[in-house]
Design a protein around this ligand. Structure first.
Ligand SMILES: [Zn+2]
Ligand SMILES: [Zn+2]
Length: 102
């Protein structure tokens, strides 16, 4: 599964007792499947990370254009998507983008 922007896993709990999860590209509200009330997510976490394939710099604000130059190395390459949490990305980057690489 590949995403074009960072994705959030969100957990909701409605006042009527209904609970559900959703995955979307923003931390937006959702409607309860039972009573249709608009609910804010209780928690959300990033499950994908955008990164520069040149230097491994990553940016998770989710507002970055995929075609912006990298703020780290200035490369005008397309950001790539890593499907996983920040923690998983750190391990991935350690292997694939050794710190001494510019
Ligand atoms: Zn409800
Ligand atoms: Zn870079």
């Amino acid at each position: 599964m590949e995403f074009k922007t960072p994705r959030y896993l969100k957990e909701y709990e409605c006042v009527c007792g209904e609970k559900w999860n959703d995955v979307w590209d923003c931390e937006c509200n959702d409607h309860c499947p039972e009573c249709n009330k608009e609910i804010e997510p209780q928690s959300s976490q990033v499950i994908s990370v955008m990164y520069c394939p040149e230097c491994g710099n990553h940016d998770n604000d989710g507002h970055n254009s995929e075609h912006d130059p990298c703020v780290c190395c200035g490369s005008e390459t397309e950001w790539k998507i890593f499907n996983g949490s920040h923690e998983a990305y750190d391990l991935f980057a350690e292997k694939n983008f050794p710190k001494d690489r510019k």
